[in-house]
Design a protein. Structure first.
Length: 245
């Protein structure tokens, strides 16, 4: 990847991914959706303290760096959004922002430990080594009643309605070129999307957005690599679901 493209990737990533993520709880859902999860109607909220205990740790995923989201991270996403309202649930799944009154939530970012570049590495190689592999941001949010099912229905509908792409608004407005389902499924129900954006004429950035419901808890994953091919976060999805029980 050209050095300018690496810099551009970092800027674009800032507009696509914050330091944590959650799903919108109040996005408009399809009123005719079927009940995929069965037990969602009577699902009870999980307290914030319990959600925090369910987050992945270094013991679960060795060789990675962990960062918890802060109030400052939330402020960084204040100006981000989709210019077309029908695509808003996708951006809500990418940022530390909720659309209504979600229950308790916990968020974090997991990044592979960077590999040390060789002594004779070029500036570009040093930069790519520092950026590491695929960064995955994970958000756990507890939604009582049908909140979790509604959130996934809204995200799935947005994925269909915005398949041809959409424009982001914010400090660094960016266009998502395409949105497509990637076929991955897990948990009681799930939505898995692949977003593609052009950084320049030769460089394409791919971002995976995966939302999985397990009872009243919706776990959202956003995966992006700043220095190579983005890997699907399915391994972390499986580890997180195992902790959710």
């Amino acid at each position: 990847m050209p050095r300018t493209a690496v810099r551009r990737t970092t800027v674009v990533a800032a507009s696509l991914l914050s330091l944590a993520l959650t799903l919108s709880a109040c996005s408009e859902a399809d009123s005719g959706k079927e009940d995929k999860g069965g037990a969602q109607k009577n699902a009870k909220e999980v307290p914030a303290a319990e959600l925090a205990k369910l987050m992945l740790t270094k013991e679960d995923v060795p060789g990675h760096r962990f960062k918890q989201a802060t109030a400052a991270d939330l402020k960084q996403t204040a100006g981000e959004g989709a210019k077309d309202a029908k695509c808003a649930p996708i951006v809500d799944a990418l940022t530390l922002r909720t659309g209504g009154k979600p229950s308790h939530e916990a968020t974090q970012t997991i990044t592979p430990e960077p590999k040390k570049p060789p002594k004779d590495a070029s500036p570009e190689e040093q930069m790519k080594a520092a950026l590491g592999g695929t960064t995955v941001q994970i958000g756990l949010v507890s939604l009582a009643g049908e909140g979790g099912a509604d959130a996934l229905a809204a995200l799935e509908k947005a994925g269909q309605d915005c398949a041809g792409g959409f424009d982001l608004k914010g400090a660094d407005a960016t266009k998502v070129k395409t949105v497509e389902k990637d076929g991955f499924s897990a948990g009681d129900e799930s939505v898995s999307l692949l977003l593609t954006s052009d950084l320049d004429e030769k460089t394409t950035m791919k971002t995976y957005v995966v939302a999985v419901r397990k009872g009243s808890v919706v776990a959202t994953f956003a995966a992006l690599s700043l220095a190579g091919e983005t890997q699907h976060p399915k391994a972390l999805v499986e580890k997180q679901l195992a902790k959710l029980g």
